[in-house]
Design a protein around this ligand. Structure first.
Ligand code: ARG
Length: 254
């Protein structure tokens, strides 16, 4: 009896460990394809053009994985599910504009950063520009983002409204349900350029961050292989060409 109980416990433990085990670089290489997850609602970084997933991060990931000798299989899921999915081994890598934060670094392993940016204030009211101006105001941010974390720390904020996507947060601003929207600097620039008559004004940066892809915690060989291939795209001109196409400038971290 005791033997069977021990055997059952051992098997259960092993299967639980197995379930949480991320695919190693070797396993991925043998398979020939890497499963990459993103959100698909964060233009111009990852978004849908009709039914096609595209964007700076999507095209960059294709360049990087090609250099790694792999095919990419894409998955798109809600922003909230992306990093936890790594722990559950639902995909191998996430690229969705995640800022490298100490909190996230406890749960996942980050690769080298693929761009540097930051949160910026967008408002319809030209008097709302800086972090200081947000005192007494209602601010829209996407749930689970670094924008939420940093805006929360601004003294005197009246209310933070959370939205499942950044697109919803922007809609809240355009329909006057909030006083300001805090989003990525390049996202804001693109939206203002695309809708010049919407009255959106670009304010100041609230904070800066390094943006990187992430793999399951401790899957270091995979993170290193990605970072190495990314560095090659940054050295051979392909990163610059892609960055120029999307932003008219090189967005790498300096
Ligand atoms: N850079 C911000 C963060 O680190 C926002 C990322 C939002 N990404 C997205 N795919 N919606 O949280």
């Amino acid at each position: 009896m005791k033997f069977f109980r021990i055997l059952a416990t051992t098997l259960l433990t092993l299967s639980l460990l197995g379930a949480a085990q991320a695919r190693s670089l070797d396993v991925i290489r043998k398979d020939g394809r890497i499963i990459v997850a993103t959100e698909g609602q964060f233009a111009p970084f990852n978004y849908f053009k009709g039914s096609t997933l595209t964007g700076f991060e999507v095209e960059l990931a294709e360049l990087v994985t090609q250099r790694m000798g792999l095919k990419t299989e894409w998955k798109t899921v809600g922003f909230d599910a992306l990093l936890t999915g790594l722990q559950q081994d639902r995909w191998d890598l996430v690229i969705a504009s995640h800022g490298v934060t100490p909190e996230r670094a406890k749960a996942v392993t980050f690769t080298a950063p693929h761009y540097c940016s930051g949160g910026i204030v967008v408002s319809l009211d030209p008097a709302i520009r800086s972090a200081k101006d947000l005192a007494g105001k209602v601010v829209a941010v996407q749930t689970g983002t670094s924008y939420l974390e940093s805006v929360q720390k601004i003294p005197g904020i009246k209310e933070m409204k959370n939205f499942p996507t950044d697109v919803d947060a922007r809609s809240a601003l355009l329909s006057h349900r909030v006083d300001a929207w805090v989003t990525d600097r390049f996202v804001a620039k693109e939206m203002i350029a695309k809708a010049p008559n919407a009255g959106m004004k670009l304010g100041d940066m609230v904070f800066v961050e390094r943006i990187a892809a992430a793999v399951a915690k401790g899957n270091q060989a995979l993170a290193d292989a990605w970072s190495k291939a990314l560095a090659q795209t940054m050295a051979d001109g392909s990163y610059t060409a892609l960055s120029q196409k999307y932003f008219g400038e090189d967005v790498r971290c300096h």
